[in-house]
Ligand binder design. Structure first.
Ligand code: CO8
Length: 261
């Protein structure tokens, strides 16, 4: 198995079908240095390829999901360096994962940490979680999707308030504004995220991937184009064995046995 310096990798759940990635750089509150992000991308790609894995959970510690991009690592970057090396462009690989990716957020999710959570498909938060985009307070702006993803999920006023003040906000506020889907006592966040992954994992892996892709299209196209995309995938599911199995199981009053085909 691969050995990592900044993350831990486990298989969880009754069927060991949930991939768990734990950010593990406690000295820097899981600040997202280059090597850490590369390891997250590699681990995600491994789990995405692994047929025994149905869904993936990404978490940090109880103190910090991640306190942002690594300020000390980037503070002396120049514009031309960032441009030449595509600084943090590799982050977008995280959004290329085909399997459901759930963030289980406890503690600080600031700057790049908040953006990393928002790259995931579903966010579960512990009741002590603190979100925020503090980049403005250190003379920069969000660079990992913060200005765009908050605007799309919470609207203009919230996005402006969060990005222009840099103020932290609580898990409860994040739930109210639609950024996170559920809040739990902090010591249960990861277990609940694993349970959610297991529930999703009972469905056809193939159909699950199509469904995830269809929802994501909602954030990238007009409504008409999105509806057309949805319809083509919906029709397309009827070319799969798992659609035949799912509907036959319903009609036969039995549990489906999906084959990922
Ligand atoms: N980068 C580097 N080191 C950090 C970071 C960080 N973002 N956050 C914390 N650390 C380090 C501290 O320097 C400290 O190290 P040391 O012990 O060597 O001094 C250690 O972690 C512990 O931190 P604190 O002593 O500050 O812990 P506190 O509990 O007092 O405070 C806070 C916790 C409030 C989270 C505080 O650490 C803080 O404000 N951190 C910075 C938060 C921030 O501004 N984040 C935004 C960074 S900018 C960004 O993310 C840009 C995104 C760009 C795109 C992202 C794609 C990757």
């Amino acid at each position: 198995a691969q050995t990592y310096q900044n993350i831990l990798i486990e298989k969880k759940g009754e069927k060991q079908n949930v991939g768990l990635i734990t950010l593990n750089r406690p000295k820097a509150l899981n600040a997202l240095c280059g090597p850490l992000v590369s390891e997250v991308i590699e681990a995600l790609q491994e789990f995405d390829k692994d047929d025994s894995i149905a869904a993936i959970v990404l978490t940090g510690s109880e103190k910090a999901f991640a306190a942002g991009a690594d300020i000390k690592e980037m503070m002396n970057n120049s514009y031309s360096h960032n441009h030449k090396h595509g600084f943090i462009e590799n982050w977008s690989y995280i959004t290329k994962c085909k399997k459901p990716l759930i963030a289980a957020v406890n503690g600080y999710a600031l700057g790049g940490g908040c953006e990393l959570a928002m790259m995931c498909d579903i966010i579960y938060a512990g009741d002590t979680a603190k979100f925020g985009q503090p980049e403005i307070t250190i003379g920069t702006i969000p660079g990992g999707g913060g200005t765009q993803r908050i605007a799309r999920s919470c609207g203009k006023s919230k996005a402006m308030e969060i990005c222009l003040t840099g103020d932290q906000f609580t898990a409860q506020e994040a739930e109210k504004m639609g950024l996170v889907s559920k809040v739990f006592p902090a010591d249960q966040t990861v277990a609940e995220a694993i349970k959610l992954a297991e529930k999703i994992g009972r469905h056809s892996p193939l159909i699950t991937k199509l469904c995830k892709e269809a929802v994501n299209v909602a954030f990238e196209t007009s409504l008409q184009e999105g509806l057309r995309f949805e319809k083509s995938y919906f029709w397309g599911t009827f070319a799969t064995a798992d659609q035949k199995e799912g509907m036959a199981a319903f009609a036969g009053k039995r549990k489906p046995n999906f084959k990922n085909e």
